[in-house]
Structure formats: C-alpha cells, structure tokens
Design a binder for this molecule. Structure first.
Ligand code: NAD
Ligand code: AHE
Ligand code: ZN
Length: 369
C-alpha cells in the first residue's frame, strides 16, 4: 500500500513529507493506522544526528496511537479494529529479561530494532524503490506502519487518540520513573531538572505519590506556571542563581534531595542532579538521552558516601501490561494530559512542531492524521 510519511532523509535535515510504499504485515506482525503521534525530544535527538544509532533515511516517531487494520499469520492477541499504542520497549513475556522481573528492557527484538529493521531483518517501507528504515520499532510519523505484535499495547476504545498517544512515551516515562524506577515514597523531597514533556510528568508522578517538596529546575522561565499546576512547589532558574546551583538545591532540601531526575540530556546536569542528592541515600535517575561521545563523570566519593546513580528507559514500564492501566488512569482523571499538549498540527506541518520545541514554546506538539 501507499502511505504518507515524514521521512528523515539525512542527519540535520528537515523532515520531508512523502508518499512511501508500505508492505503488509508478515508473520507475527500487525498493520496499524496511526491516528496521532507526539513529537518527543528523542525524535529531535535522532533527527539532529546526535544519536549513535541514528540511521537514514528513516521514518521517525515513537509516541503514537491508532487502530489495527490487518494482522499477519500467527497473531493471536490483536485483531482488526483494536485500538493500540506502539511500544518502543516491547514486552514478549518470554525472554530472559522479561522473565527476570528485574527490568522492562525486553530483548526479543532489540538487535534488529536498533538497526531500523523488522525482526526478520528487512524493512517494510520503501521510497522510490529504496528501503527506508524503521525507527525505535515504531515509525509513528507515518499514517500507516507495521509493528511486531509484542510491540503493541491494546487500549480501551473510548480513549482519545490525540491525547493518549503521549502515553506511548512522555507520560509513561515521567510517571514510571517516579513509581517504578525510583519508587519515590510519600514525604520525599524531589528535584527535577528540565520541565519539558518528560519533566512535567515526573512532577505529576511525584505529586501522585505524595512527595513533599517538588523542586523544578529549568532555564526557561515560562515553564514555571505549568509546572506549578502539575505539583511543583519551588522553581529554580539556574540563570538566576548567583553561585553554586548544587549548593542552592541542597539548602532547599535540608541537606539534599531524596530523589532527583535529569530530564534534559546534558551530562553536566546529570552530575549536578547526582550531587544535589542527600548524603547516605539520595537516588538520582537519568532520563535524558545524551549525544554520541558524551560521558558522565563525578567524584567516586559521591557514591562512596551513599548516593545512588540510576537510569530508566520508558519509565521502567512493561508496555503491554502497564500502558493500558495508564490509559485508564487518564480516563478516570487520576492523571492529566490535556494541558501538556500545547500544539496540534497535520503531518504536513510536522517541522513546525520541531521548531516549537527548539523555541521552548511547546511542551508536546501532536500530529493528527
Ligand atoms: P523537552 O524539549 O520537552 O524538554 C527539555 C527541557 O529541558 C526544556 O524545558 C528546556 O528548557 C530544559 N532545559 C534545557 N537546557 C537546560 C538546562 N541547562 N538546565 C535546565 N533545564 C534545561 O524534552 P523532553 O521531550 O521532555 O525530553 C527530555 C529528555 O528526555 C531528552 O533527552 C529525551 O531524549 C529524553 N527522553 C528519555 C526517555 C527515556 O526513556 N529515558 C524517554 C523520553 C525522553
Ligand atoms: N540510541 C541512543 C539511546 C536512545 C535511548 O536511550 N532511548 C531510550 C528511549 S528515549 C524515548 O524517548 C531507550 O529506551 N533506551 C533503551 C534502548 O534499548 O534503546 C544511543 O545512545 O545509542
Ligand atoms: Zn520519547
């Protein structure tokens, strides 16, 4: 079939709107009609050329929601008409990682996914007869896409696609980092670096579990108002701190944060996020994705004295199990999504969504098909 898609032709170039060829689903695969997709900073990270796994030409996008149109042979858990959210972290429930119960990082298809290919080693997309690569196993910047059955969460049919697409990455990553990865307890003091599409969901996760102080750190002062609506109790703009940011955060938290979260992708901030944690027990969680060649550093003494450095992918969520529950939380009013979706646009305008992100004007821009 033919489908309209935004193609990343080369690193750093604007996305190009094209009509591409899409092969139907093979064994164990599912054809999905996307109804909406968010634009996450990770899409920009890869588009820009900073991603060591970046591969071009590719169809980016990993924060989608849509409807099953067709299934390949052997697919048993999904059928035509089901509403689904694509999962860049699949859940096969059979691999060593899934069975360990210690991680959400299913390894069933990670090797081919990282090469922009379906599990059988080929691409379903072509442009002018040449293959176009998949991205994070999802490629939601295409009106239609093909995914493995294990990379789709079935969701309730009354959930609005243009909102719950955000659960495909940002919402789950932020809230999951608090609940699954850090396991923040009621009364804890939390510091969140970066109040964008991920950080604001960390903030609402921290409020959900009953955190005490929720301190937001961002260089964009316009983030303050939204962050306060989502539960932030104190705002710190590093540009306005005369002197040492870490010392300021330690003072604000009476000796250091119980938990901190880096939601920017800066290795300098990752260090500050660790070092603002409380001696003896503070836990710092890296969410931000840093560019090729970047490395983190700190004095080992920071860890010797009891601080813990962790990371999280997709908020530690097991997608097929957890994503439908998070959709329920949204539908039941337990979490908020609507105010964070600041811009909605057609696929033709997708590059404007990236511009808005760069200008610090959008929190989430969503493309609707
Ligand atoms: P975003 O662009 O919406 O937000 C980034 C925020 O960081 C903005 O508010 C910006 O003003 C702020 N910022 C920039 N420089 C700063 C600085 N020096 N100090 C303080 N704040 C600063 O991005 P997003 O979609 O929220 O993504 C955030 C990061 O998380 C990215 O690196 C993204 O790739 C990553 N991410 C990781 C996962 C995961 O599973 N680990 C999932 C989604 C996104
Ligand atoms: N390809 C990059 C790393 C990118 C990365 O860390 N991706 C996160 C999800 S970001 C979603 O917005 C992730 O899930 N990582 C685990 C995985 O298996 O990819 C690089 O540095 O090579
Ligand atoms: Zn993302």
């Amino acid at each position: 079939m033919k489908t309209r898609a935004a193609v990343a032709t080369k690193a750093g170039a604007p996305l190009s709107i094209e009509t591409v060829d899409l092969d139907g689903p093979r064994a164990g695969e599912v054809l999905v009609e996307l109804k909406a997709t968010g634009i996450c900073h990770t899409d920009e990270f890869t588009r820009s050329g900073a991603d060591p796994e970046g591969i071009f030409p590719a169809i980016l996008g990993h924060e989608g929601a849509g409807i099953v149109v067709d299934v390949g042979s052997g697919v048993t858990t999904l059928k035509k008409g089901d509403h689904v959210i694509p999962l860049y972290t699949p859940e096969c429930r059979q691999c060593k990682s899934c069975l360990s119960r210690k991680t959400n990082l299913c390894t069933a298809i990670r090797a081919t996914q990282g090469k922009g290919l379906m599990p059988d080693g080929s691409s379903r997309f072509k442009l002018n007869g040449e293959p176009v690569y998949h991205y994070m196993g999802c490629s939601t910047f295409s009106n239609f896409t093909v995914l493995p059955e294990i990379a789709l969460a079935k969701i309730r049919e009354d959930a609005p696609f243009d909102k719950v697409c955000y659960i495909g990455c940002g919402v789950t990553t932020g809230i999951g980092a608090v609940i699954n990865t850090a396991k923040v307890e009621a009364g804890a003091n939390v510091v969140v670096f970066g109040l964008g599409g991920i950080g604001l969901n960390v903030i609402q996760g921290a409020r959900l579990v009953g955190a005490n102080k929720i301190i937001g750190v961002d260089i964009n002062p316009s983030r303050k108002e939204m962050a306060e609506k989502f539960g932030m109790t104190h705002f710190v703009n590093p540009k306005e701190v005369g002197g040492d940011l870490v010392a300021r955060l330690v003072a604000l938290t009476d000796g250091g944060a119980d938990y901190s979260f880096e939601c920017v992708g800066s290795v300098e901030l990752m260090r500050q996020a660790l070092e603002c944690c409380h001696r003896g027990w503070g836990v710092s969680v890296i969410i931000g994705v840093a560019g090729s060649g970047q490395e983190i550093k700190t004095r080992p003494f920071q860890l010797v004295t009891g601080r813990i450095w962790k990371g999280t992918a997709f908020g530690g969520a097991r997608g097929r199990t957890d994503v439908p529950k998070i959709v329920d939380w949204y539908m039941e009013g337990k979490i908020e999504i609507d105010p964070l979706i600041t811009h909605v646009m057609p696929l033709d305008d997708i590059n404007k969504g990236f511009d808005l992100m760069h200008e610090g004007k959008s929190i989430r821009a969503v493309v609707t098909y």
